[in-house]
Write a protein that binds this ligand. Structure first.
Ligand SMILES: Nc1nc2c(ncn2[C@@H]2O[C@H](COP(=O)(O)OP(=O)(O)OP(=O)(O)O)[C@@H](O)[C@H]2O)c(=O)[nH]1
Ligand SMILES: Nc1nc2c(ncn2[C@@H]2O[C@H](COP(=O)(O)OP(=O)(O)OP(=O)(O)O)[C@@H](O)[C@H]2O)c(=O)[nH]1
Ligand SMILES: [Mg+2]
Ligand SMILES: [Mg+2]
Lengths: 280, 292
């Protein structure tokens, strides 16, 4: 483990560097190392391997500390509506294309909703994902109010009895109050038109995000109540350690990870694999 | 915040007219913590603090400042110097047409920034030409076309069945024919560890005379900023950096990480989604933000 034969100050320095460069943040790293130091002091740990294991267990406890099921659970009847939110460029639209693929492979009927009526070519981008999956995309030709697109979409979803509805929203910074209000309205309209919708509010977080991820999660949660997280771009070199803090704070499960730009590049989140990768 | 924490540090140590090696140690630990909380890379923060410590030892505490404020002043000055040392504008006077290639990770803001640059250059009286060279992302070419239409800036009619390097060659021919003086090439987002896609950028660099290669990075990037910037700079010899989404609440430590590891000037910051939201980089504002 990091080539060290014994627990000493240098080992702790190396661990500090490992945890911080994995984006776990200063406060959490400090807490983890203090926890480890106490165990060493109480003679509960005496070699680097067991210290490593103790750290992994502690981090795992932050991540799986949620009360809901880790898997997406389909409702008894009616469309299962997933609203996808997050800041600009994190991979919302692409993730919807991937989730659609997963459900189509599982034999479900899927519908996409082009709720980003703002950004250049956002609707076209989602339509291409719809074509790739062979699924219907509800979109408006004009720059309609996203709430009105979603309103119509809920009616269509009910009428055509789709199993899964994926609603794309425009990227927005969590600090833009008016845009966060817009998101609340989209959610309200969904719920009024189709009872229980959205059944899942999925926050997409980019694995390269630093400590700002905590602020993002906090404000999106306050605005619309996040029920699941997808961590994207884990095929890069970033470790995505920020989610350890987010999950700990919000007790929200990480549903999926994005590991590439193709339709198949989505995996169910595996906490053990994730933590192993943190320590690589 | 850092000022309060430093006041706390110096309250515990007594009577200071000069910053000494002893009284500065604990203060510098607080500074390092603040930098890490701001997403400055682990090694960059350590080196920066070591450098500033040397500068601070032996300095007199100004009459009007508390020791904590004096330390912040020195740290702030040093940050500004590091961030902005060689601030540079776009190189517009060299060989014409000026050719700018945008490069960076997926979703960092390259396409939007290409549009913003075109808007800025058009306002300066230049004749920009937007070149969509992203043949992979669904509707990427359309995205740049929509921006061009909005601005009244011509966009090269790229298609997804042409190799990016050929798109660029063809665009240079078109630019010469139509007398466009600034060519802005938007490339696909890619991972720095994807060797075949990094080669694609090197191919463009060899095929076209590039005046600028702008590395576009998201202001909220964490520790990974160093690894990514280092690789892009190593493979392409970037000439400048653009930090996007800076109007949010990210502390922006990635700015210091990227600047220290590449040595290349941060030329612009993206301050919004609108095509007018591009500003010249202000080192002092970013320094204050990083220090919190
Ligand atoms: N390498 C990699 N790239 C990804 C992943 N997920 C998305 N991307 C890429 O990230 C870029 C942005 O993806 P989008 O789906 O447009 O992101 P978005 O959140 O919808 O963006 P906005 O709607 O503009 O806010 C695209 O180039 C995607 O191909 C991933 O898991 N790995
Ligand atoms: N808030 C904010 N959003 C920005 C800024 N710059 C770009 N964006 C948004 O970030 C998202 C991604 O921008 P793009 O221009 O598509 O990014 P890209 O680098 O071209 O993405 P790929 O081509 O997929 O790699 C879009 O939603 C943009 O509107 C900025 O300065 N502030
Ligand atoms: Mg999108
Ligand atoms: Mg792009």
């Amino acid at each position: 483990f990091l080539g060290r034969k014994e627990i000493d100050a240098e080992l702790f320095d190396d661990l500090e560097e490992l945890l911080i460069t994995a984006d776990l943040g200063v406060t959490t790293t400090r807490e983890l190392l203090d926890h480890a130091r106490r165990k060493v002091h109480r003679k509960e740990l005496s070699d680097p391997e067991s210290l490593k294991l103790a750290l992994k267990d502690k981090i795992k406890s932050f991540i799986i500390d949620y009360q809901r099921d880790a898997e997406l659970v389909m409702p008894e009847s009616g469309p299962f509506v997933i609203m996808v939110v997050g800041v600009n460029g994190v991979g919302k639209t692409t993730t919807i294309g991937k989730i659609a693929h997963k459900f189509v492979k599982a034999g479900r009927s899927v519908m996409l909703v082009a709720g980003d009526t703002f950004r250049a070519a956002a609707v076209s981008q989602l339509q291409i994902w719809g074509e790739r999956n062979g699924v219907h995309v509800v979109a408006r030709a004009d720059r309609a109010d996203p709430s009105s697109v979603v309103y119509d979409a809920m009616d269509i979803a009910k009428a055509k009895n789709y199993d899964v509805v994926l609603v794309d929203t425009a990227g927005r910074l969590h600090t833009q109050t008016n845009l966060m209000e817009e998101l609340k309205k989209i959610k309200r309209v969904m719920g009024k038109r189709l009872e229980g919708a959205p059944h899942e509010v999925m926050l997409v977080i980019d694995a390269t995000t630093g400590q700002n991820g905590i602020s993002q999660a906090k404000l999106f949660h306050e605005a619309v109540g996040i029920t699941g997280i997808t961590l994207t771009k884990l095929d890069g070199t970033a470790k995505g350690g920020i989610v350890a803090n987010i999950c700990r704070e919000m007790k929200t499960p990480i549903r999926f990870i994005g590991v590439g730009e193709k339709m198949e590049d989505l995996r169910d989140f595996d906490p053990d694999e994730f933590i192993e990768a943190l320590f690589e | 915040n850092l000022t309060d924490r430093l006041e706390g540090v110096f309250r515990r140590l007594r009577g200071h007219g000069t910053l000494t090696e002893d009284n500065i140690q604990e203060a510098m630990r607080e500074v390092r913590m603040a930098l890490l909380e701001a997403d400055v890379h682990f090694k960059v923060a350590r080196d920066f603090v070591a450098g500033v410590t040397e500068k601070a030892i032996g300095r007199e505490v100004a009459k009007s400042l508390s020791p904590g404020q004096q330390v912040i002043k020195i740290v702030h000055e040093e940050l500004v110097a590091l961030l902005g040392g060689n601030t540079e504008q776009l190189r517009l006077d060299g060989r014409q047409p000026v050719t700018i290639m945008m490069a960076g990770l997926q979703g960092s803001g390259k396409t939007t920034t290409s549009g913003k640059l075109a808007a800025m250059l058009k306002n300066k009286g230049r004749r920009p030409y937007l070149v969509p060279a992203d043949i992979y992302r669904p509707a990427a070419i359309e995205q740049l076309q929509v921006l061009g239409d909005k601005l009244g800036v011509p966009v090269h009619p790229s298609t997804t069945d042409t190799r990016p390097v050929d798109i660029c060659r063809q665009a240079m021919v078109a630019a010469a024919e139509k007398n466009y003086d600034t060519v802005i090439i938007d490339t696909a987002g890619r991972l720095h560890i994807d060797e075949s896609l990094m080669s694609e950028l090197k191919d463009i660099q060899e095929a076209v005379q590039l005046s600028e290669i702008l590395f576009v990075a998201d202001a909220m990037t964490g520790q990974d900023a160093v690894t990514v910037a280092e690789k892009f700079n190593h493979d392409l010899a970037i000439t400048g950096v653009v930090l996007t989404k800076m109007e949010g609440d990210a502390r922006g430590g990635a700015a210091l990480s990227i600047k220290s590891v590449t040595g290349k000037p941060i030329k612009f910051v993206g301050m919004g989604e609108g095509l007018d939201a591009l500003e010249v980089f202000h080192p002092d504002r970013t320094a204050s933000r990083i220090l919190g």
